[in-house]
Design a protein around this ligand. Structure first.
Ligand SMILES: Nc1ncnc2c1ncn2[C@@H]1O[C@H](COP(=O)(O)OP(=O)(O)OP(=O)(O)O)[C@@H](O)[C@H]1O
Ligand SMILES: [Mg+2]
Length: 234
């Protein structure tokens, strides 16, 4: 829950009294570049703290700077390079499992099983930075799903994935019991969600079901695109 959240970064006010109750199982975030989607997700994970107001996740405040990211919350970064810690794929996917108490051998086995489920078991000993962008993105998603967090925050998780991986992964995500909050520029991924929030300049421009919000945002995007083209900005 976001209660009157204010946050500035680099001298810019990003949120100025944002209040949101996020209870639905599937929540999509849409909005133009710079509208605040990633910042909202980082606040929800405790990676950022509000200057004023409160962010409460699973009954816990995440407000004090320097706190550990919330243990119940898995966060898939927009940029895989910001998430990746380890040199090899297997270590990256196994890390969260070791943190949650499995032995190294158990964690490697579980990582290997999960990767086999997603058709990428052979990457286990690959250097992660030698993977393509889409392959890295898949590894980052698997590393988070491996730990079975109560809430999964996904920031543009599919932007580099090929179509088969995108389809299989989104079908898998749809079956997960956890709450998912996902920022996406691919609006079709949000069609079956319970709720879509459209952010504009750090404020909620629209909030409702996908069938209410997505056509409105599509129309706005088309109009804005046409305007940018006219003014020579695109
Ligand atoms: N570290 C930072 N320092 C200064 N300003 C920042 C920082 N991070 C984000 N911002 C600003 O905050 C605003 C919101 O950024 P944010 O990354 O949340 O947008 P977004 O909706 O995720 O955009 P995109 O669709 O491009 O991913 C932008 O104006 C951005 O310039
Ligand atoms: Mg973003």
């Amino acid at each position: 829950m976001f209660d009157q959240v204010c946050l500035s970064r680099g001298g810019n006010r990003i949120f100025d009294g944002l209040s949101l109750e996020l209870r639905e199982r599937r929540i999509g975030l849409v909005g133009d570049n710079g509208s605040g989607k990633s910042t909202l997700l980082r606040l929800a994970n405790g990676l950022l703290s509000p200057e004023h107001g409160e962010v409460i996740v699973n009954g816990h405040r995440t407000t004090r700077a320097g706190r550990e990211p919330h243990a119940d919350v898995g966060f898939v970064f927009q940029n895989p390079d910001h998430q990746i810690i380890f040199p090899t794929v297997g270590e990256e996917v196994a890390f969260g499992l070791i943190e949650s108490g499995r032995t190294a051998a158990q964690a490697r086995q579980a990582a290997s099983d999960l990767m086999a489920d997603h058709g990428c078991a052979e990457w286990i000993d690959h250097a992660i930075h030698d993977l393509s962008e889409g392959q890295k993105q898949l590894v980052c998603i698997l590393a988070i799903l491996a730990t079975e967090p109560k809430i999964v925050l996904l920031d543009e998780p599919f932007s580099s994935l090929d179509l088969p991986t995108r389809l299989s992964l989104s079908a898998r995500l749809a079956r997960l019991p956890q709450q998912i909050v996902m920022a996406s520029h691919d609006l079709d991924l949000l069609n079956d969600f319970d709720r879509v929030i459209w952010l504009e300049k750090g404020e909620v421009r629209a909030d409702g079901t996908p069938s209410q919000v997505l056509p409105e945002y599509r129309a706005h995007a088309a109009a804005r695109g046409a305007l940018m083209l006219e003014s020579g900005a695109a």
